[in-house]
Design a protein around this ligand. Sequence first.
Ligand SMILES: [Zn+2]
Length: 82
Amino acid sequence: MTDELELINFCCEELEDAVSSDPEASLIEHDSGLILLNLGHREEDGETGVVLATIRFCPFCGTEIQTDEDIEAALGAVEIVE
Ligand SMILES: [Zn+2]
């Protein structure tokens, strides 16, 4: 982890409580600093992967927590199952 990326400033306690670095959690704080929504496991071609989606707005209070630019800039570090 580098200091180049800004850490997420949590907008509310609900979000802070919900976000975890545990890859099995429903809201994941990724190493890149992005908060990702875990949509669960999906099996394709015999391989099981975790489907992750980026979110822009806090699901609890609606604050914009990361912009499209933030997501795009950090997405290179995120492995998303297509
Ligand atoms: Zn919030």
